[in-house]
Design a binder for this molecule. Sequence first.
Ligand code: GDP
Ligand code: IMO
Ligand code: MG
Length: 432
Amino acid sequence: MRMSCTCVVGLQWGDEAKGKIVDLLTAEHQFVVRYNGGANAGHTVVKNGKTYKLSLLPTGILSPPLRAVIGNGVVVNPVRFLEEVRTLQGAGIAIDPHNLAVSDHAHLIFPYHVEEERLGESDADAAIGTTGRGIGPCYADKVARSSGIRVGELLYPDHLRARLRQIVPRKNAILRAVLPTARTFDADTICDEYLGHGQVMRPFITDTPRLLQQALRDRQRILFEAAQGTLLDVDHGTYPYVTSSNSSTAGVWSGSGVPARNLTRVVGVIKAYTTRVGRGPFPTELNDGPDGIGEKIRKTGREYGTVTGRPRRCGWFDAVAVRYTAALSGADELAVMLLDVLSDLDEFRICTAYELDGRRITDFPSDAFLLERCKPVYETLPGWKREIGEARKAGDLPTAARRYVDRLAELIGLPVTIVSVGPDREQTILCR
Ligand code: GDP
Ligand code: IMO
Ligand code: MG
């Protein structure tokens, strides 16, 4: 028997406001699962006037009795895990092993991963513009096998020490070969530190695929919370300017152990415009200076990265890209976020096609170097020049705002079921 599970997935380059949608859907589910990424994510939720920022833990942890799960596809830095648990507990959120589980199969991020990433990113030509959290090197070790270490191994001191004594000297040699002044590490020091973290984490460490399989048998509903966006998916995104995991719905099955056929609802989250942090092609980017529309959107939308504080690159909505990601992630419906941010503009543009080497195309190119050469083809729609933060139903929106949302739905070919007009939970319009 298949269960009704939901996935909330970003259809752009991340920061689409997935956290707010997850928070809205928690009441309909008993479990919430992060299946990819790590503390590179930054999900902000505004609830009862309070702002919460989640990075490694699922946003659903804010809504007990929902049980939050860090799935096997996630990469875990124990320091960040414990920091986040303590910060949330300090903010009055009850967190204990009854409502939080972390997979024994999730891979561990070590300090040498962060150093490896720092060295890689210090080459301006090769840099991806990562969050610097050791995500990529950790996934690389996972796939390489001989140097990957999983959360469950924290509970076996002799075993962990033997593995680190084998791995760390090799890491040091590589680091020093890349840069003679690179940081190096002592296996026993790392081991002692991580064994300490392991003891605190012990009650949370679980065989999560088995936990979730049991949940399905108990007819519990599971909500999957994607990190990043589908355009950052390592297989389907704008490679190599992507993250190192499957951030589309493709990651659900491998990253949680729940067969994807249980997904009966995929909510594709989009901003009413586009943002991107880090390097990589972005055809609709607005590079129009300090007095331009790009900067206006950045200021109004407070478009600065949660994890790194970097200004997010801003641009017009790209329907070519979202048609591609909506199909890839199997989206059933769209949540259009941050519509209020556009309220002060005279008119908007939507990219409906690209011009590539003199030819008009409507299919998203499969290579970043080709996307780099694409020029957007726009259609223009009138603005509404009115605050919309108080709108609570579609009828409260100005006609031009409704027309804009309808046009997005038409171009993507999916219904818009949620429109968000502000960060607060109440600033939401349910369209069905
Ligand atoms: P996520 O990573 O996809 O969860 O998105 P982020 O949390 O990184 O970025 C979305 C930001 O927009 C957060 O600061 C939210 O509080 C905020 N936000 C969410 N919905 C709206 C909205 O409709 N309007 C405005 N102005 N802000 C919003
Ligand atoms: P949420 O879940 C936006 C970007 C980084 C960089 C690339 C690779 O909040 O939407 P990484 O550190 O993952 O190796 O960096 O991916 N990136 C994000 N951009 N939102 C995120 O998460 C991101 N997580 C990673 O900026 O370009
Ligand atoms: Mg974010």
